[in-house]
Write a protein that binds this ligand. Structure first.
Ligand code: C2O
Ligand code: CU
Length: 695
């Protein structure tokens, strides 16, 4: 268990230590390992089952339906020759559903390290039996080891709970402006803990308000930028109609999303920002390696721009890629209310990506609304500080129902940006085959096929899709939603939009290019020198952790032992809602010094290639996946849990599932003082950021 030994020192624990001297035990890697236990009459046998990450272009590998994919690795010791247990010739491993109603044969087992192939499910049981031959199709022989997948341990929790059924009367909550109303039920988050119905967040509710006449927002416009151009960018109130409700929201230049900036690499854009909001703001150019002065971080690179104030940004586009911009003040409010826009940077005289028939730049968002409109935000600090604010109304470029019309055979390039506060998506267009060509800050070494696209908050993926048959194809988010109360998963399918594919012969010239995968020799050559850093010990190690205080008792009960590597839904919506930045502190801890968040003062030499190890502590009170973003620089994700990534591409945001150890190589090329933070808006609002200096 190589990766487990990477993290053991961080937790002060020993791997493989237990009462009986040779017994194999998982230790702290509880979300990616399970102990295999022998029946009492076979005391000498023991083992573990390791769930290794399947490495692909996304932060985590899942099936199109959203179930996690793992590579199973058994470590077994003490197995006697099978014949000593009866008329047996070999040992065989089997994976069962938790209800034991379906089984797959994993493979032959012997002492030592045994790869058992891939599995695409969260909750399962593994049995290892002695069998008369290696070729058996069904388990008949004697059981020698058994184990339960880490995800199935959640099920033990439900027996302790006495849930309140949905629809049960909820005690009076004051309604109207200036009062909290209970959030709407979200998929998966069906049950409430006893005693929870009286709770409200410990902060005052907040919604935008103005006496002024507010214009209706218009869809975004495209701004094509030439070097030296100036763009006036005004953040102000807009009126939006979303799913039949008229909402007072925010917008850049009265548009939703903000203007789409198209620029050529090497250009510099002057942005004259004006704040016409009712609160301070700023603009951060996410992923753009610009001068530190224009990074838009209050108290680090500038003062927050007060209402009525202005600030001039010089935005220099150094790398081709798909970027975005958003305020860096109360993102949980300002970004959620519509302050975000995309930037597409292309090289001046070359085609950097294969040709396609059409390009779509799509920002994905989810808004939390009920009958009365937007659910109020926290005034002093964010609500939903545990899991972030998950919406119940999906928006693509600000519209609840995205539609696109294409001709049959067309190849469409989608530039996806996840601008949601907290949600990780698993996107697909029916069964259409998708080609991953690029991510945040450029192309991958090699294009790859994908059956779905996992995109965490602030990440970008460039995906080519060919629509082969006429009719309607839905763009869906398909996940396995966890009910944190019961510990059970249920499929969730959200429809984000529809692609209408017209009849008739396809005339696409891009179709031929689409059918093959390209190796990007330029990227391979550029990244080759970085691989030698991979085997080096980390220069810095961060531990992701959580501290809570004064949380109400029913919330504390919810947090007990309910950790999973990834949360695909808000499966504890009441408990999450009432947890604010006052009770919850999310932590980036420097393993070397023990310092946390803004008390960390790393300094790096300009041009240094820094190996940064991030370990997401699975033992914390409510471990969760975190999309970690680094300002002003770019990085490569070189390994996860010790398994290396052989298809690199420059990124600025990377997903760190709970329980994983992810190694990044950061190219510290850009001098200044920069942030590293979690991009779940409420996690950052609850402290999860640090600043470092590149000299
Ligand atoms: Cu898009 Cu500091 O973030
Ligand atoms: Cu986070």
């Amino acid at each position: 268990m190589r990766w487990a030994s990477l993290i053991a020192p961080l937790l002060g624990m020993t791997i493989g230590q237990s009462a009986s001297a040779q017994a194999l035990r998982c230790g702290p890697s509880i979300l990616h390992c399970t102990d295999l236990v022998a029946p009492p009459e076979l005391p000498g046998i023991s083992g573990t089952l390791e769930l290794q990450p399947v490495i692909g272009p996304f932060g985590v590998a899942v099936t199109p339906a959203g179930a996690p994919k793992y590579r199973l690795l058994a470590h077994v010791t003490g197995l006697p020759a099978p014949g000593t247990l009866g008329r047996y010739e070999s040992y065989v491993a089997w994976a069962y559903t938790v209800t034991l109603d379906s089984v797959i044969k994993l493979g032959i087992v012997h002492n030592g390290r045994v790869p058992l192939g891939e599995i695409g499910r969260e909750q399962f049981r593994v049995l290892i039996s002695a069998e008369p031959s290696a070729g058996v199709r069904q388990r008949r022989g004697r059981l020698v080891l058994r184990g339960t997948s880490p995800g199935a341990r959640l099920l033990a929790h439900r027996d302790l709970m006495q849930p309140v059924a949905p629809g049960a009367p909820v005690d009076a909550h004051a309604h109207g402006a200036g009062a909290w109303r209970m959030p709407p039920m979200l998929p998966g988050g069906s049950m409430m803990m006893p005693g929870m119905r009286h709770l409200t967040p410990s902060v005052a509710p907040w919604l935008p308000a103005t006496d002024a006449d507010v214009p209706a927002a218009v869809p975004r416009r495209i701004v094509s930028v030439r070097d030296g151009d100036t763009l006036r960018l005004v953040a102000g109130f807009v009126r939006r109609s979303v799913a039949g409700k008229s909402l007072l929201m925010y917008g850049f230049n009265g548009q939703y999303p903000g203007p789409l900036i198209r620029a050529t690499r090497g250009a510099t854009l002057i942005v004259q920002f004006e704040n016409q909001l009712d609160q301070p703001s700023s603009v951060h150019w996410h992923g753009v390696r610009l001068d530190n002065h224009s990074d838009g971080v209050p108290d680090v690179t500038q003062r927050a721009v007060p209402p009525g104030g202005r600030f001039e940004y010089r935005v220099h586009f150094r790398d081709a890629g798909i970027y975005w911009y958003h305020p860096h003040v109360r993102e949980d409010i300002q970004q959620d209310l519509g302050l975000y826009g995309n930037i597409l940077v292309v090289p001046p005289n070359e085609r950097w990506l294969p040709s396609v028939d059409r390009e779509e730049v799509l920002a994905l968002d989810d808004l939390l609304v009920d009958e009365e409109g937007l659910l109020p935000y926290g005034t002093e600090t964010p609500t939903h500080a545990l899991m972030g604010r998950w919406g119940n109304t999906f928006l693509v470029n600000g519209e609840p129902r995205y539609t696109l019309s294409v001709r049959r055979g067309d190849v469409v390039r989608f530039y996806f940006t996840n601008v949601s506060n907290a949600r990780v998506y698993n996107l697909s267009f029916g069964d259409a085959r998708m080609k991953v060509v690029a991510s945040d800050a450029g192309k991958l070494e090699r294009e790859v096929w994908a059956s779905s696209v996992v995109i965490a908050p602030a990440e970008r993926y460039v995906i080519d899709v060919r629509f082969d048959s006429a009719g309607e194809v839905a763009l869906t988010n398909r996940v396995q939603a966890l009910d944190h109360m019961y510990g059970t998963y249920a499929p969730e399918v959200d429809t984000l939009g529809v692609v209408r594919v017209s009849l008739g012969a396809g005339t696409s010239r891009a179709a031929k290019v689409f059918s093959s995968l390209r190796a990007n020799t330029d990227v391979i050559a550029e990244l080759a020198p970085y691989r030698r850093y991979a085997s080096r010990p980390p220069d810095q190690t961060l531990v992701l952790d959580l501290e809570t205080r004064e949380l109400p008792q029913p919330v504390v009960m919810m947090l007990n032992a309910l950790n999973v590597p990834m949360d695909w839904n808000d499966g504890m919506s009441m408990a999450n809602w009432v947890s604010t930045g006052r009770e919850v502190r999310w932590i980036l801890r420097d393993a070397a010094s023990g310092r946390e968040n803004m008390d960390i003062h790393w300094r790096f030499a300009r041009g240094a290639i820094v190996k940064l190890r991030i370990f997401n502590n699975p033992m914390s009170a409510h471990a969760m996946d975190h999309p970690i973003h680094i300002h002003g620089q770019r990085f490569l994700v070189i390994s996860r849990n010790g398994v290396s990534n052989d298809n690199l591409g420059w990124k600025d945001t990377g997903l760190i599932p709970a329980g994983e150890t992810v190694d990044l190589l950061v190219d510290m090329a850009n001098p200044g003082t920069w942030l590293l933070h979690c991009h779940v808006a409420e996690h950052m609002g609850a402290g999860m950021m640090l600043a470092f200096v590149v000299e």
